[in-house]
Design a protein around this ligand. Structure first.
Ligand code: NAI
Length: 248
């Protein structure tokens, strides 16, 4: 039954050229959606769109620019005529440093992509969805949207912000058929962590009660559920898929 449950739906996935976004774009397409594979890295977006086939369109976006997000939504409407699903997933890790030493340019970059970028996309997507009677949005937060983590003040602040932004948009548009939720993945084995030192990676796996990092496909499953009609009464929620991390 889940097979083609998103048939006829049009989805945007940002940061879809890698990791969680890539797994999500592939899964939404498998469930029948037409997918705009949006990423700052246009060759990565092309690669994923090609893997999906003719129901996908690669799009080069930098979510930290307002005009780029607006163009992405306009382009989607131009190509596919509507927008039903948006997954605001593009994000960066940023520098690792104690708060007292945290690089100011790193702060601006992380907030610009992970917080302001989600707002810019959300804003444009809501406008498009209201015009066609509703839609569903998933914002990619993190377990670090609800707990702290050393040497990641900008990331943690941005992800907490995404959770609050999600709740606010959800209550504003609940009567107009737009559902908005956020997801809190635990540490996931993706290229995002490529720059982290090995010590951090192995330490991080042990922090999860399940004893391992998560997989991008496990996060994509939760996204696919949330954007489907099976989740029709879920809005304003923050759902964690973190191997028990935040249960401790
Ligand atoms: P990734 O690094 O594998 O993929 C992120 C993608 O976003 C890349 O293709 C990159 O080119 C794109 N991107 C970066 N900045 C962009 C911008 N300004 N505009 C457009 N695209 C941009 O990362 P991953 O792990 O798949 O992360 C995806 C999301 O999941 C991020 O928001 C991240 O914070 C979040 N997340 C990741 C976790 C992890 O442990 N990997 C844990 C919890 C949340």
């Amino acid at each position: 039954m889940m097979d083609q449950e998103l048939a006829g739906k049009v989805a945007i996935v940002t940061g879809a050229g890698s990791g969680i976004g890539e797994a999500t774009a592939l899964l939404l397409a498998r469930r029948g959606a037409k997918v705009v594979v949006a990423d700052r890295d246009d060759s990565a977006a092309e690669r994923v769109a090609k893997a999906i086939g003719e129901d996908a369109m690669a799009y080069a976006v930098d979510v930290s620019f307002l005009s780029s997000c607006g163009e992405m939504v306009r382009h989607t409407l131009g190509r596919f005529g509507r927008l039903d699903i948006a997954v605001n997933n593009a994000g960066i890790g940023g520098p690792q440093a104690l708060t007292g030493d945290y690089p100011i340019d790193g702060w601006a970059q992380v907030i610009g992509v992970n917080l302001t970028g989600v707002f810019y996309c959300l804003r444009a997507e809501i406008q498009a969805m209201l015009a066609t009677g509703g839609g569903v949005i998933v914002n990619m937060a993190s377990i670090l949207g609800s707990v702290g983590f050393p040497q990641a003040v900008a990331y943690v602040a941005a992800k907490h912000g995404v959770v609050g932004m999600t709740r606010t948009a959800a209550i504003e548009y609940a009567r107009q058929g737009v559902r908005v939720n956020s997801i809190g993945p635990g540490f996931i084995d993706t290229p995002l962590l490529a720059d982290a030192d090995q010590e951090v990676i192995s330490g991080v796996s042990a922090l999860h009660p399940v004893g391992r990092m998560g997989r991008a496909e496990e996060v994509a499953e939760l996204v696919a559920f949330l954007v489907s009609d099976r989740a029709s009464n879920i809005t304003g929620s923050y759902l964690v898929t973190g191997g028990g991390y935040t249960a401790q």
